[in-house]
Design a protein around this ligand. Sequence first.
Ligand code: TTP
Ligand code: MG
Length: 347
Amino acid sequence: MRRIAHIDMDAFFAAVELARRPELAGKPVVIGGRGNPRSRGVVATASYEARRYGIRSAMPMRVAYEACPEAIFLPVDYAAYSQVSAKVKDALRSVSPVIQDAGIDEAYLDVSDLPGTAEEIGQIIKRRVRDATGLTCSVGIAPNKRLAKIASDMQKPDGLTIIAPDQAASRIAALPVRKVPGIGPVTEAHLAQLGVHTVGDLARLRIERLVAEFGPSRAEFLFEAARGIDDRELVTHWEPKQRSRETTFQKDTRDVQTVRRTVAALAREVAQELRDDGYRGRRVGIKIRFAGFDTHTRETTLAEATDAEETVRRAAFACLQRLPLDRPVRLVGVRVGELERVAGEGA
Ligand code: TTP
Ligand code: MG
């Protein structure tokens, strides 16, 4: 039986700020934009104290300020949050190597093969995260990813929620459909017109009706989601299909030398990125957009995959030869596709 954990940090950006400014503990803290409540920009997140005033992610900063003028407003410091995020992921990896990174403050872990009860595993996860960062997270453990994500949200903050295999449908029946990841405001409104508000309501709709309303693939998703079914595997690493760079000229240019120089520079950057990330590619292409947005591409396949600047540049120049530059050029791009991993490198 599969057993998947979903981990989501509590009030993540705010928690990182509070950890490095203990004097703010217990105060309403709002993180957003440049930290100026009177400026434009929206709330990234708010501490649970600030949420009591109705402050939420994506709310304009100005509205948050009106809701709670005495809150502490801080700017977003992505560099700091990314560092803590990496520590969280390392801590999770120490529990199970089968991990899907699902965002700056969340991840899935396959814990099927670990000894112990779901409760014990959940406590281990929470302890490792706290030891590594001083922060709390909420954990859901369930037979699949979708249920685990729903579960981690059920008892925030600092929660641990377990959905046993035989409870898959019953534990989610009373939830509003919006609690299902993948059901957004549009689907919610469409379902409401059909009298469907909860996941249980959704489970009572026949598949034929779902297909008629939403089309076959969306219907299948809704049918399975309503029943707590989800066969998706963890995506444990992400292989990019291509690497590309492009540049728009400040002013459209007719100068072939300028275009060639730019293609050469882009080829150098793409090759550098391939080497940094441990990839080589067999397909090299260029993109040219003329004034008026008319866009053309040319591609060539190499005898063997490369990450060498010179090889990428030559191939890109060969493509450029095949494209008459008879009009002002607005944008050029270089891409390398059909990537393969260089042995022994990367994740
Ligand atoms: P969430 O996990 O959605 O929110 P959270 O961690 O702040 O609070 P919760 O305890 O409810 O999980 O998002 C993680 C971080 O992503 C959040 O701290 C800030 C950022 N974020 C934005 O910048 N904009 C947004 O609209 C949302 C939802 C999040
Ligand atoms: Mg979170």
